[in-house]
Design a protein around this ligand. Structure first.
Ligand SMILES: *[C@@H]1O[C@H](CO)[C@@H](O)[C@H](O)[C@H]1NC(C)=O
Ligand SMILES: *[C@@H]1O[C@H](CO)[C@@H](O)[C@H](O)[C@H]1NC(C)=O
Ligand SMILES: *[C@@H]1O[C@H](CO)[C@@H](O)[C@H](O)[C@H]1NC(C)=O
Ligand SMILES: *[C@@H]1O[C@H](CO)[C@@H](O)[C@H](O)[C@H]1NC(C)=O
Ligand SMILES: *[C@@H]1O[C@H](CO)[C@@H](O)[C@H](O)[C@H]1NC(C)=O
Ligand SMILES: *[C@@H]1O[C@H](CO)[C@@H](O)[C@H](O)[C@H]1NC(C)=O
Ligand SMILES: *[C@@H]1O[C@H](CO)[C@@H](O)[C@H](O)[C@H]1NC(C)=O
Ligand SMILES: *[C@@H]1O[C@H](CO)[C@@H](O)[C@H](O)[C@H]1NC(C)=O
Ligand SMILES: *[C@@H]1O[C@H](CO)[C@@H](O)[C@H](O)[C@H]1NC(C)=O
Ligand SMILES: *[C@@H]1O[C@H](CO)[C@@H](O)[C@H](O)[C@H]1NC(C)=O
Ligand SMILES: *[C@@H]1O[C@H](CO)[C@@H](O)[C@H](O)[C@H]1NC(C)=O
Length: 474
């Protein structure tokens, strides 16, 4: 059940004043909000965002949109030129000694937002606005998606995968958590915050539902990690951080519900906003007429033709077993019963929902040939089919494997520009002590050059991206 807050929801404008007891979007010096009209301490916040249960699902079939393409203004250059690092960061002697006077006892000098200036919980730039708006689109879809799955599939079908009534309560709880996340983001965005939409899910049974969830929460999570340290508003970053850590747990839990090893990777990657938007937009069918538009790019879809399928005993023995490009989420259609790991007797091969499951046949491995096919640009996607896929790239030459802390490029082989097909070979790279860099639920892009990027400047890759996918490496 929804918390009472929903019933008392008073809409967005009222919500701009507070997030629970934390004042937001207030003028500096304005009095802190006091809950005069409510019992003290308040047990129910009336300010949770107004929302409803989405009743329509499926692809958009309305009239063509009158506005298409990403939001834009004057564009200054095709890419941002690399510059030297900030001198004060290079110059700081990291020697364990104190190098400045202390602002108060037990407190070192330095830091951002540490000088006593009052935190204001709102977006502070176009970058902040567009990034938080993107995150809000994700919270909205998750709120609907998790509820939708519970309402769509029978208890018996969940039980078949070892997902019992208590586990289903957890899924319900995770859906309800999204109300809080959406409220926090909408409060910091103000009255033009993106609203709930309608959706279409590439899912026809419980196993596919769980897989779509673990992939979607991964790109939603990685999408936030990509921009969080770049936000102008530290206070907004703080609030989002305290939501996205919960999202990270949801991702892990959906892997557990799918009988996958919960967190094979040692680090979670961050991706550019345009990657998160590219992966999300195809699953949004329509949004209200006054929906705020986003600035982010939609790249063409990359289809991983032999995307590893975690529903199989031998997950790497899969061909054309996804429910489409972008998410490349698993399909169970046409897999014989004896090849489904849910039916396996051997505990090293089975995949019932569990805290942890060893998979003795790896989903993917260094040296694996990965077969690829990509879409041409110019496809209408996203809300009301009102965004258009684009790329600058004429001829992709590399596969970029984005996982953990690394972007690793491998050459595309047997490239056919007519068929838009190629294959590449999974690299043998590691983070630390031989931990495989390519692992877990991660990302693959096709690019024209092997641009060197690191986690904080990964967005520089965008002008070189031809197509994008989720890759299921472990
Ligand atoms: C949405 O549906 C669920 C049942 O699936 C119900 O518990 C909840 O109250 C509904 N929420 C709203 C806002 O109507
Ligand atoms: C305090 O720090 C903030 C940024 O962290 C800055 O915008 C502000 O100007 C500083 N205030 C003073 C009085 O130095
Ligand atoms: C991923 O990590 C897990 C846990 O460390 C390991 O068992 C597995 O072999 C790795 N997978 C790949 C593809 O390297
Ligand atoms: C998108 O489609 C929905 C449903 O048909 C409609 O209500 C809405 O006004 C459309 N939005 C735009 C921006 O045209
Ligand atoms: C799993 O499938 C791959 C691809 O077909 C195959 O090369 C490999 O030998 C299989 N592994 C096992 C243990 O059957
Ligand atoms: C993949 O399967 C679908 C139907 O399941 C089929 O339409 C499509 O042509 C297949 N694609 C490839 C590359 O085999
Ligand atoms: C699980 O996998 C790890 C590493 O692959 C292995 O060391 C361990 O023995 C396995 N445990 C079981 C119970 O299968
Ligand atoms: C790549 O192309 C060559 C030449 O046409 C062909 O012999 C080879 O089998 C192809 N490799 C793969 C993995 O498809
Ligand atoms: C990967 O590299 C490591 C270290 O160089 C090596 O020990 C291992 O055999 C390699 N694995 C494969 C599959 O090439
Ligand atoms: C992956 O990241 C780790 C940690 O930053 C680094 O040590 C390693 O060299 C990277 N590997 C590759 C192949 O870039
Ligand atoms: C990204 O950052 C690394 C340093 O971490 C730098 O060497 C590289 O040139 C940067 N890439 C771009 C495209 O700016």
């Amino acid at each position: 059940m929804m918390p009472n807050a929903v019933v008392l929801a008073t809409g967005l404008l009222a919500a701009v004043k507070t997030v629970g007891a934390v004042p937001v979007a207030q003028e500096p010096g304005a009095p802190t909000t006091v809950f005069e009209d409510y019992p003290s301490p308040p047990t129910v916040s009336p300010y949770a965002i107004s929302h409803h249960n989405v009743t329509s699902h499926g692809p958009y079939d309305g009239p063509p949109a009158t506005t298409t393409g990403a939001l834009s203004t004057v564009v200054l250059a095709a890419s941002i030129a690399p510059k030297p690092p900030p001198p004060q960061i290079v110059a700081y002697p990291a020697d364990g000694k104190l190098h400045g006077d202390q602002p108060m006892p037990f407190t070192p000098s330095g830091g951002i937002g540490t000088n006593g200036s009052e935190p204001v919980y709102k977006v502070a730039s176009d970058f902040d606005y567009q990034s938080l708006a993107l995150a809000l689109f994700h919270e909205w879809i998750e709120l609907d998606l998790f509820h939708w799955g519970l309402a769509t599939f029978s208890d018996e079908e969940f039980e078949k995968y070892g997902i019992n009534a208590e586990d289903r309560h957890l899924i319900q709880h995770m859906a309800d958590q999204e109300i809080g996340h959406a409220s926090v983001l909408a409060n910091m965005l103000g009255p033009s915050a993106p609203k709930q939409c309608t959706y279409n899910y590439p899912v026809s049974n419980v196993r596919e539902f769980i897989d779509f969830n673990q992939k979607l929460t991964r790109w939603a999570e990685a999408g936030v990690y990509g921009f969080l340290p770049h936000l102008n508003s530290g206070p907004a970053a703080q609030m989002l951080l305290q939501s996205i850590t919960v999202e990270a747990r949801q991702q892990l839990i959906f892997r557990q519900l799918g009988g996958q090893f919960p967190m094979p990777e040692w680090h979670t990657p961050g991706i550019p906003q345009s990657w998160a938007w590219t992966l999300l937009a195809p699953y949004i069918s329509s949004c209200p007429h006054d929906q705020t538009r986003l600035v982010w790019q939609n790249f063409p879809a990359l289809h991983i033709l032999n995307q590893p399928n975690p529903a199989r005993v031998n997950g790497s023995d899969a061909w054309n077993e996804t429910t489409g490009g972008y998410a490349n989420t698993l399909s169970t259609e046409d897999i014989p019963d004896e090849e489904l790991c849910i039916n396996a007797e051997d505990p090293t091969l089975d995949c019932e929902a569990a805290v942890s499951q060893n998979r003795s046949i790896p989903l993917s491995h260094p040296g694996r040939e990965v077969f690829l096919q990509w879409d041409a640009p110019g496809k209408l996607v996203g809300p009301n089919n009102s965004y258009v896929t684009t790329t600058n790239v004429k001829e992709p030459k590399f596969a970029a494997w984005l996982s953990q802390l690394n972007v690793t490029y491998t050459p595309l082989l047997n490239v056919s520009l007519e068929e838009r097909t190629a294959y590449t070979i999974q690299p043998n790279v590691s983070t630390w002590l031989g931990d495989p860099a390519v692992n877990g639920t991660m990302f693959m892009a096709l690019t024209d050059i092997d641009l060197y990027v690191t986690p904080y400047n990964v967005t520089a890759i965008n002008p070189h991206v031809a197509a994008l996918a989720v890759y299921q490496a472990g």
